[in-house]
Design a protein around this ligand. Sequence first.
Ligand SMILES: [Zn+2]
Length: 77
Amino acid sequence: MTKLILIAVGVLVIFWLLRRALAGARKGDDAPPPGEAKGDLVSCAHCGVNLPKAEARSAGGRHYCSEEHWRAGPRDG
Ligand SMILES: [Zn+2]
């Protein structure tokens, strides 16, 4: 009889752990990463400053904060 109780408790614990894991996973899906929560933020390929994508200049898949940096190109290249 004690065995049955132990099995029941074990099943309950497994259920509780599964529920907790599922709740945690759902919470993670609902909360977007901080960088994407504010909208489309991109970083300048030249100086690394973050700015809205709508205000950035784009060239070759890279983004720049200003025309100066757009002309200068990426710093690492
Ligand atoms: Zn820049």
